[in-house]
Design a protein around this ligand. Structure first.
Ligand code: GCU
Ligand code: CA
Length: 242
């Protein structure tokens, strides 16, 4: 980026992070500029399919009622874009493990690495890891003992402190709902009722919002009745709102 020094001479200036340069001349006037975690530094492969849209039609759409720019799909990252989470923390809000490249952070992403399987350490299952009911993800699910307090626990890493949306995938082939408290870092954060899904092979996702610390968080599903938990497949850590 070209700037001017105190004597009026042209010099490179600025810190470039998390940017995308795509087609045309990727960079110029870079001498003196600090450049890292940009698409050209990372050597990521760029293509139109990285984006929801690369069309320029609709860019002259009217502003929204509150004066903000129209919400358009252009240059927003596609759900499977490899540019998601490739950036570095520059102090702006982001979702997932790291900021996305480009101007638009994808909200509500659950990128790979943010799914915590119940059968994978450091997760704890007070029961057995079973694989006899189809439809689970990974290599099995937690069949908790049918007892109050027989918990399933996950350790989820949050990129920042804030309110996180968790998705808990479960199957409950028993007739009635199964109740649990959701204990986050030792404190009860929510109560959850896992309704019957009708069959042990029918899996559903229960969504719950809890406060998380930056870094590792223990998230424990603690059943409150002797029925215990439903079968637990995984925990998805979704968007974190600051
Ligand atoms: C059955 C089923 C288990 C389930 C259990 C329960 O035994 O096979 O997968 O965990 O019921 O009621 O908890
Ligand atoms: Ca069980």
């Amino acid at each position: 980026m070209l700037g001017i020094d105190s004597s009026g001479a042209a010099v490179g200036r600025g810190n470039l992070r998390n940017n995308i340069a795509y087609t045309g001349t990727l960079t110029s006037n870079m001498t003196g500029t600090s450049s890292a975690y940009n698409s050209w530094d990372l050597g990521v492969t760029l293509s139109d399919s990285q984006f929801r849209s690369v069309s320029t039609s609709g860019w002259d759409a009217p502003r929204q009622a509150d004066g903000s720019l129209p919400t358009l799909p252009h240059l927003r990252l596609a759900a499977n874009s490899t540019l998601i989470d490739k950036g570095t923390d520059v102090g702006l809000p982001y979702t997932g493990r790291a900021p996305d490249l480009g101007a638009f952070e994808r909200p509500g992403d659950t990128p790979a690495g943010q799914r915590y399987e119940a059968e994978t350490a450091p997760a704890v299952c007070q029961g057995t890891i079973d694989a006899n009911w189809a439809g689970f993800s990974g290599s099995g699910f937690c069949n908790g003992n049918n007892a109050a307090g027989a918990y399933a626990q996950f350790t989820a890493n949050a990129s920042a402190a804030g309110t996180a949306t968790l998705g808990i995938r479960f199957a409950n082939g028993a007739g009635g709902a199964r109740a649990a408290t959701l204990v986050v870092n030792g404190s009860t954060a929510a109560t959850v009722s896992f309704e019957s899904t009708g069959a042990w092979t029918t899996w559903a996702t229960q969504t719950v919002t809890v406060p998380l610390n930056a870094g590792g968080n223990t998230i424990r599903l603690d059943p409150t009745t002797t029925a215990g938990l439903p079968n637990i497949d995984y925990l998805d850590l979704g968007t974190i709102a600051g």
